[in-house]
Design a protein around this ligand. Structure first.
Ligand code: PNS
Length: 164
């Protein structure tokens, strides 16, 4: 397969996301990591910060030449049209993800029948990681080193340290 789009908030990127990117690169030659910039949602990190954080993690892991990091605002199907890539990849963690992911999958296909979504089951060690939980634990000073790349742990520390 040529290329996949991996859309998400990545606020921040976790080891779970990294696992999905790494495994996507076994199926596709190239992955477009698409970061949602949505005014209706509140993010901890600005979209520019998220771009830089993902790029650093990609460099640290040797994936930089096989990915492109883009920002999108609006419908994912519009991004598919813009990139000329109609296959999305999403990670599925516990059963709780299933309902929401099914709704998104069906809506994307309704809006643009050319769009297909590949779901990768999360690896066991990352099945219960989410950016939200990571942020909460980091906020209270808990250890998140197993859940996010080391550079991201530093960004979280800096963000919360600067805020307090
Ligand atoms: O990492 P997330 O927050 O689970 O990612 C959600 C994302 C970005 C994939 C989803 O919110 C999305 O696709 N947003 C774009 C708007 C859109 O296309 N909506 C229609 C499909 S439900």
């Amino acid at each position: 397969m040529d290329a996949l789009i991996y859309p998400g908030s990545f606020d921040p990127i976790t080891k779970g996301h990294l696992d999905i990117i790494q495994r996507s690169l076994k199926i596709a030659n190239f992955v477009v990591i698409a970061i949602l910039k949505n005014r209706a949602k509140t993010f901890l990190f600005s979209v520019e910060e998220r771009v830089e954080m993902i790029k650093s993690v990609m460099k640290e892991n040797g994936f930089f030449d096989y990915v492109k990091v883009v920002i999108f605002d609006g419908l994912t199907i519009k991004l598919c049209e813009k990139e000329g890539i109609y296959t999305l990849v999403r990670g599925l963690r516990a059963i709780s993800d299933f309902e929401h992911e099914t709704a998104m999958f069906l809506m994307n296909r309704y809006l643009e029948p050319k769009v297909e979504t590949i779901f990768l089951m999360s690896s066991q060690e990352y099945s219960f990681i989410s950016s939200s939980i990571v942020k909460e634990v980091a906020y209270y000073g808990g250890d998140i080193s197993s859940h996010v790349p080391i550079s991201i742990a530093s960004c979280l520390e800096k963000k919360y340290f600067d805020k307090k």
